[in-house]
Design a protein. Structure first.
Length: 520
């Protein structure tokens, strides 16, 4: 007769063997967890450019590019600036000549004149302001707005004549660059670094006035215009630094161990309090500009590639708050968006640059060069697109940020661009008409509720942020926990199956043994 000992010992032994086998099976392939093994654990993590360049600074979103390209932002009209200038002149006339309150009013008046296309009139009043500040012993950051505004007005005033080769205009243009450099020296973080890029772009344009071949070689950020599309988009084939918003060696697995604060924080990445801990992630932003040959171009502002969000934020600021749409800005946005893998924003930027070509350079042949370049880039981009869904899917305000949904054809891109641009321009036109009617009725431009009625019932004009702003990543601690749970689960399962199987066999053997004894 088999005793309980003969039943229990084999079962326990089998359970142990099953446990070890199950543990080994559960651990197989999971000793070093990898992202691709855990798609079900993935979370959306913001891209590194969500951390601003400076603590407390503005951070970039691709929707910002969408909005400037299609004029999707509020923009004051001439009536606003005429009224503001009138009020500024009245206040200035009532103030003593040495009252420091005058300085801010002069800035307002100068900017208003510049926005009305009269930078020549703004220049002398800014020179007088700067001289008055110096007489009072002011220096450093106190002179920032004087340097920035005077430099901007000199650049705007002299640009066309400088392009045409007028030496006096070139000298004035160069003086303007000098003042903008001074504004950067005394306040480098103002307007998220806008003046730094204003100076760099102006330096490039001045260099191109002396050497026109530069304008066909680089955009205003130093991206080469003759770099083919394939090395830009196919990183894995050409080992380029481009094709996506993150550096080629960006590895969530490794970086989560090095910078857990970036991956685990629930706070906004714009929060200055966490900036020191998360800012090292900016090292992994794709760098653009200053490509081969740029070192010989007389642009002192920068000689090495930079994180793409820095100059793009500068361009967005100049477009929205400065001189408005520019073929140079649009071209640079196209080349930059292409290098960070945003092909549809790039296509739109080239379309805008094409339509602004008459303002690119005085020479008709150079204007045609820009048109040809934009159409060539667009055709190359279109060949890379995969169209899968019907055109009716284009209903979101950020449709140009996300890829066209296929089944569409490339020929639909231009009508879509037209519709988006018309929408933005119509918004700005209505905004300015409302502004004009309110001022005509006696409303004050300083009334904080001035536009309440205009916005009532309207959808926001700014584009929504989409999935292009994040990447999928499984948190390391969750991968480790899952791997551990898997090992122990298979171990327990293996032990249970082995024990059950052994017990079943033991029971069957006992039955057979009893039947054999009974027959005898």
């Amino acid at each position: 007769m088999r005793t309980w000992f003969h039943r229990v010992v084999p079962t326990v032994f089998a359970a142990g063997v099953g446990y070890v086998v199950g543990l080994a099976y559960g651990a197989a392939g999971y000793t070093t967890p990898r992202q691709e093994q855990f798609p079900f654990l993935a979370e959306r993590i913001p891209l590194p450019h969500h951390v601003p360049e400076h603590a407390g600074g503005a951070s970039f979103r691709f929707a910002m590019v969408q909005d400037v390209l299609h004029e999707r932002f509020a923009k004051h009209g001439p009536t606003h600036y005429r009224e503001r200038n009138r009020l500024a002149r009245e206040k200035l006339a009532a103030l003593p000549a040495d009252d420091p309150v005058r300085f801010a009013l002069v800035d307002d008046l100068g900017v208003g004149l510049d926005r009305l296309g009269k930078p020549d009139e703004a220049i002398p009043i800014l020179r007088d302001k700067l001289e008055a500040q110096r007489r009072k012993g002011l220096a450093g950051r106190d002179l920032y707005t004087s340097y920035a505004n005077l430099g901007t007005f000199l650049v705007h005033s002299s640009f066309k004549d400088a392009q045409a080769g007028v030496q006096a205009a070139k000298d004035s243009f160069r003086e303007g660059i000098g003042f903008i450099h001074k504004s950067v020296e005394v306040n480098p973080q103002a307007h998220f670094g806008r003046e730094r890029w204003q100076a760099a772009i102006a330096e490039f344009l001045l260099a191109a006035m002396e050497n026109p071949s530069l304008i066909k070689t680089f955009d205003c950020l130093g991206n080469r215009l003759d770099l083919g599309l394939e090395p830009i988009l196919h990183r894995e084939l050409h080992e380029t630094i481009y094709a996506r918003p993150t550096r080629y060696d960006f590895s969530p697995d490794e970086l989560e161990r090095q910078l857990p604060e970036f991956f685990q924080t629930k706070a906004s990445l714009d929060d200055p309090a966490i900036w020191p801990k998360v800012s090292p992630i900016r090292e992994y932003i794709t760098k653009i500009g200053a490509e081969e040959g740029w070192a010989s171009v007389p642009v002192t502002s920068y000689k090495e590639p930079v994180p793409f969000d820095e100059p793009v934020l500068g361009i967005i600021g100049m477009w929205r708050q400065g001189g408005g749409a520019s073929p140079h800005f649009a071209l640079a946005l196209g080349e930059t968006m292409l290098r960070v893998g945003q092909r549809f924003l790039a296509w739109s930027a080239y379309e805008r640059a094409y339509r602004l070509a008459e303002r690119f350079w005085p020479d008709p042949a150079t204007q045609q060069f820009l048109r040809d370049h934009c159409r060539r880039r667009q055709a190359q981009i279109e060949q890379t697109l995969a169209f899968r869904a019907p055109a009716s899917t284009y209903r979101t305000p950020w449709q140009q940020i996300s890829p066209p949904h296929a089944g569409d054809s490339p020929t639909n891109l231009r009508p879509l661009f037209d519709a988006e641009l018309a929408y933005g321009e119509d918004f700005q036109r209505q905004y300015q008409q409302f502004e004009e009617s309110r001022l005509a009725s006696g409303a004050s431009i300083f009334d904080e509720h001035f536009f309440d009625e205009f916005y009532r019932g309207r959808s926001p004009i700014a584009s929504r942020v989409g999935p292009e702003e994040s990447f999928a990543s499984a948190p390391h601690d969750k991968m480790q926990a899952y791997s551990e749970d898997r090992r122990w689960s298979f171990a327990v399962l293996g032990a249970g199956i082995a024990a059950f199987g052994t017990s079943l066999l033991s029971f069957a053997a006992s039955l057979l043994l009893r039947r054999g004894v009974g027959t005898k």
